[in-house]
Design a protein around this ligand. Structure first.
Ligand SMILES: Nc1ncnc2c1ncn2[C@@H]1O[C@H](COP(=O)(O)OP(=O)(O)O)[C@@H](O)[C@H]1O
Ligand SMILES: O=C(OP(=O)(O)O)[C@H](O)COP(=O)(O)O
Length: 398
């Protein structure tokens, strides 16, 4: 990959950059601005080099529909504060508003397109449709493309992948830093190597287990995905998050782990509640005795201690996905205990993922309590799996 320094003189040039500004929101309030802060060094470097900058980003999963709930307005405002320059947000992605702002863009100025996922073609499986949209992004007058949205480099999407084919390009400083640390995880792995998985993007993350079983010694499973595993072991999971069509896959993973002599550690107890609500009354029950009318919202205290013990004795740990619904105090204990254990690791500990990073900060941990906090969850996992990430593979070679 080329670096931004390899792009030559950027003075007076227009730089199109993909950032990952997918931050957690409470209404219009950003609850953790980590991803925005992580995007600042590259943007500052481009502005200092005399470029005008056009930022592309997404928020959530609006699925090709314009939906004000997924507007990038809070992210644009926060980015402007951090950069100390106004970030002009277009009303649309590649329509009149974006085109007008782009053609008026001067050196040292920053504009942002609205959520690229408002455009149905952004995430289309149809290459031609994506290429058409990518042409419109590049057609905003961009001279070069910079890829700095590490959290999305595993997505073959128009603003990540297709646009890079149309312009001279380079990786941004964030992408370079992320790749450097993850490479260290794969090349300087000290055993025991433990991977901890949780969160709610269950089907995405189940896919990586196959390959991770080959590299990690132990997989520890919490969060929303644990229920599909419990079901695979023949247990009832009440009204918990469940991917019915992945039960067989989980059963195969458990068998495969046994064959390879690897461990998949599941919780022995869970915290359940009748509803997905902050004030729903929590109860602890055995993982194989979940009541049919309750949902699992955290791992139980016995499991949290067991997970923490496994993590503390490892020399390499990668963790993606909160152990429970940490946003609600009653269901944050598992995530807190796992985070605490990571801070005690004698070796390299990496936390990855938008919500995981936000969880550790919300629970009072500092960034330097860990070896590295990655802005990408799914992206890091796919990198660790040894898979080619489309958003990196497409970039010009040095
Ligand atoms: N048992 C559970 N049931 C429902 N949601 C859960 C559960 N455990 C964790 N979560 C949710 O998972 C979300 C984070 O998932 P995910 O996006 O996969 O993580 P990351 O952004 O770190 O990759 C959090 O908002 C958390 O509330
Ligand atoms: O939040 C993100 O990823 P993560 O939850 O894996 O950290 C990225 O912004 C990618 O979002 P996506 O998983 O909707 O493509």
């Amino acid at each position: 990959m080329k670096s931004i320094a390899d792009l030559g003189d950027l003075s007076g040039k227009k730089v199109l950059i993909r950032c990952d500004l997918n931050v957690p929101l409470d209404g219009e309030t950003i609850t953790d601005d980590g991803r925005i802060r992580a995007s600042v060094p590259t943007l500052k470097a481009l502005l200092d080099a005399g470029a005008g900058v056009i930022v592309m980003a997404h928020l959530g999963r609006p699925k090709g529909q314009v939906n004000p709930k997924f507007s990038l307005a809070p992210a644009a405002a926060r980015l402007g504060e951090l950069l100390g320059v106004e970030v002009k947000l277009a009303d649309d992605v590649v329509g009149d508003s974006a085109q007008q702002l782009a053609s008026a863009l001067q050196a040292g100025e920053v504009m942002m397109l609205q959520n690229v996922r408002y455009e149905p073609a952004e995430e289309s499986k149809d290459e031609a449709e994506r290429a058409e949209l990518a042409k419109k992004y590049a057609g905003l007058g961009a001279d070069v493309f910079v890829s700095d949205g590490f959290g999305v480099v595993h997505r073959k999407q128009a603003s990540v992948y297709d646009v890079a084919k149309l312009l001279p390009n380079a990786a941004g400083l964030l992408v370079e830093k992320e790749v450097q640390v993850l490479k260290q995880l794969t090349t300087e792995t000290k055993n025991p190597y433990v991977v901890v998985l949780g969160g709610s993007k269950v089907s995405d993350k189940l896919k990586v287990i196959d390959n991770l079983l080959k590299t990690a010694d132990t997989l520890v499973i919490g969060g929303g995905m644990l229920f599909t595993f419990l079901k695979a072991n023949g247990h009832e999971v009440g009204t918990s998050l469940l991917e019915e069509d992945q039960v067989e896959t989980c059963r195969n993973y458990l068998a495969e782990a046994e064959k390879l002599g690897k461990e998949i550690i599941l919780p022995t107890d869970v915290v359940v509640a009748p509803e997905f609500k902050a004030d729903a009354p929590p109860t602890v029950c055995a993982a194989d005795e979940m009541p049919s009318d309750q949902m699992g919202l955290d791992i139980g205290p016995e499991s949290a201690t067991a997970f923490a013990n496994v993590i503390r004795t490892a020399h390499t740990v990668f963790w993606n996905g909160p152990m429970g619904v940490f946003e609600m105090a009653a269901f944050a204990n598992g995530t807190r205990e796992v985070a605490e254990a990571l801070t005690k690791v004698d070796g390299l500990s990496v936390v990855g993922g938008g919500d995981s990073a936000s969880a550790v900060r919300a629970l009072g941990f500092a960034d330097d309590d860990f070896g590295h906090i990655s802005t990408g969850g799914g992206a890091s996992l796919e990198y660790l799996e040894g898979k080619e990430l489309p958003g990196l593979a497409v970039l010009d070679a040095n």
